[in-house]
Write a protein of this length. Structure first.
Length: 154
């Protein structure tokens, strides 16, 4: 079951922090880049951020999470997607990505980005109907792919 998470409560923020650190640690090893920002953010940043958090629940435990920002005018930006390694390859990330569209049916564009070397994430976005929008490098040289999904109304 996917629910909206109240990341402003300490207990939920701690669970989010734990899962994203586990998940992004695996990504850091995969792409050879230890500087993923969510590995070093503290709970305070989570408690204060304005993102909307969705959690894929296994009972009371958050198995995976996705956060996004509604930028207005039908434009959404997925900020983070993390799944506990215990739940890898169970379709949780795909379900979370699709849930954004269900919860924001009037969207015009959804953006998301990942490291170029993160092939599992790139495949997920492409399989979910996203296309490559642009590529760039972070100031410290990490190649990034930014994806877009557009919703055209009839």
């Amino acid at each position: 079951m996917i629910v909206r998470l109240n990341h402003r409560t300490r207990e939920v923020a701690e669970q989010i922090d734990e899962i994203q650190k586990e998940s992004y640690h695996v990504e850091a090893l995969l792409i050879g880049y230890p500087g993923i920002p969510y590995l070093t953010h503290d709970i305070g940043k989570l408690l204060e951020c304005n993102e909307i958090f969705l959690g894929f629940m296994d009972g009371k435990f958050i198995a995976g999470l996705l956060s996004y920002e509604n930028l207005g005018n039908g434009i959404l930006d997925i900020c983070r997607l993390a799944v506990s390694p215990k739940y890898f390859r169970k379709g949780i990330a795909s379900n979370l990505v699709l849930e954004v569209e269900k919860r924001e049916p009037g969207f015009k564009k959804i953006f998301v980005q990942t490291a170029r070397e993160n092939q599992p994430a790139a495949n997920l976005y492409l399989k979910s109907g996203y296309r490559i929008f642009t590529e760039f490098e972070t100031p410290d040289g990490l190649p990034i792919i930014r994806f877009i999904k557009e919703h055209f109304r009839d």
